[in-house]
Each structure stands twice: as C-alpha cells, then as structure tokens.
Design a protein around this ligand. Sequence first.
Ligand code: VAH
Length: 321
Amino acid sequence: MPTILVTGALGQIGSELVPALRARHGADSVIATDLKALAPGNATDGGPYGHLDCTEVQQVHEAVRRYDVDVIYHLAALLSASAEAAPQLAWSVNMSGLYNVLEVAREYRCKVFFPSSIGAFGPGTPRDATPQVTIQRPNTIYGVTKVSGELLCDYYAHRFGVDTRGLRLPGLVSYVAAPGGGTTDYAVEMFIHAVRYARYSCFLASDTRLDMMYMPDAVAAMMDLMEADEARLHHRNAYNITAMSITPAELADAIRQHIPGFIVDYDVDPVRQAIADSWPRSLDDSAARQDWNWSPRFDLKAMTSDMIERLKDRLAAARSR
Ligand code: VAH
C-alpha cells in the first residue's frame, strides 16, 4: 500500500478526498495535514493528522521523511476570490508551497497530484468547449498561479522525472465542507441556503455559465488519474474535466424541483463576477475521456437530489442535538 500525504486536507476537496483515500488504501496509509488544528469530528478524523505549512520547506521535508511518503496530493492553496484579495500571500502559498512540495518530491521520488482549475484560462481563451490545448493568459493571480503550477509540474516531470499529474477542476459542489473563498462557491451556498431558509442572494449574475462537478466525481477523478498508466498520459498537467455547465438560474430551477418555494435574488459582487466572466463557459474534456477513461457519474439532477437529501439529514441531526 502506498503512503499518501494530503496537504490542505481540511479544505473543501480534502474533506472528501481523505476519507475516500483511507477507504481505498487503509486509514493509516493516508496522512492528512493542514495549517489548522483538527476540530473534533472533522471529516479527516480516523487516521493520522499533522500540522503542515507548505511554505516552510523543512516542514514538508520532515513530513515526507517521517512517514516515508510515496504520493502527495498537494491541495493547500488560496482559491480565486481569497487570492484576489491578497495576491502576494496567494503567490507565496500557491507557488512557494508547490515549489517546496516538488523539490521534496524530487528528493524522495514521490508522485505528486496538482489541482489546477478552469481558472488557468483567461479572457483570450475560447470560452465554449474550451480545448485541452489552447491560450492560457488568466488575468487573476489565482489563474497565474495555476498556469505557473501546471508549467512547473510539467518541468519537474521532464527535467527530473518526478511523476506529476494534474486536473483543471471546475467548480466543486460538496455538502461536507463549507465554501472557502472561491468564485464557484455560490453553488454550495445556494444549496445550504435553500435547505435552511428557502431563499438565497446570489453573488453572481443569473446567466453566469460555469463548469461544475459534484465532489464525489472530482475525488474519483483525482484517484483514477493518479492510478492511471503513466504511458497513456498525454497531458500530465493538466487535464480538462467537467460534469456539467450550468448557470445560477438553472441550479435554482433544479433545486426548486425539491424545494418549490425557493427564492433567489441576485446581488452581484463585481470582483467575483469579473473572475467568473474571465473563465470558460464549458470545457472539452475529451482528452481525459480518451487517455484514462474519465466519465462523471453525477449530472445536475443527480447532484441536486443527493445534495439536498444530505443537507436535510445534516440539518435534522444538528437540530436534534
Ligand atoms: C474557485 N472553487 O472558485 C475554486 C475553483 C473553478 C473554481 O478553482 O476559486
């Protein structure tokens, strides 16, 4: 069994990736790490957890050496809106953190997963059926760190033989962890507010079309990519993947199939709207489908049904405590 280190494990992805990795590889094989102290009952309970600041290379070195790590899922990063509010911090966390992980991976021969994003594209990119290989000139610091991260990971693969692999992730929807400074977080917030209050004030315009995906599909894609035959990977860093291309209005309509009286108004945040407007409306993910059999399980209808059922269960459990 490989020993796996997950950085940023308490974030939106890590909160579902860590349990999935532990189910597949065994709890003690997956070391969850983050900046924060572990809250009791956190989704990453049930296995090793440690504090790790990836901007401190010695801490990365010590974690990989101590646990004899084989694979690193490097999730620690600032997301788009948080990054735009603190670009210098975003560069430090997103780039110095990645550089430290790659340098230690080079020394200890670890495989590395890097989460790129649709944010790696910019206003000059074809916005519909965005190709796997196309113009990448993002105008956000988040996007700059994602394009730079893709290039740095590719460099470590061909220059040093580090097995780096990445995905350009769409907006991710999860019931497990609260939104964390992203632009696509409106979708998670809309579900939570629909279940709790039957109304939501959306910070993106109703017709803002973006690629989205349910977290179980994203977690499966990461694990499948990392286990794929390396010889088949024609686009290491990073593969386009998507499950649906939707707008806030379409999501609200899907939610109303379960909560008929759900009301949405639109109070647009110009910063996050500008970020969203610089991103693709839909990705072409045919390369991932061809190279390593990518295929999502959840469409908008299935995601909405599962999210609402899960959130209602969690709300009922919270009210019964
Ligand atoms: C964000 N959820 O909104 C992230 C993601 C595609 C968006 O990278 O910043």
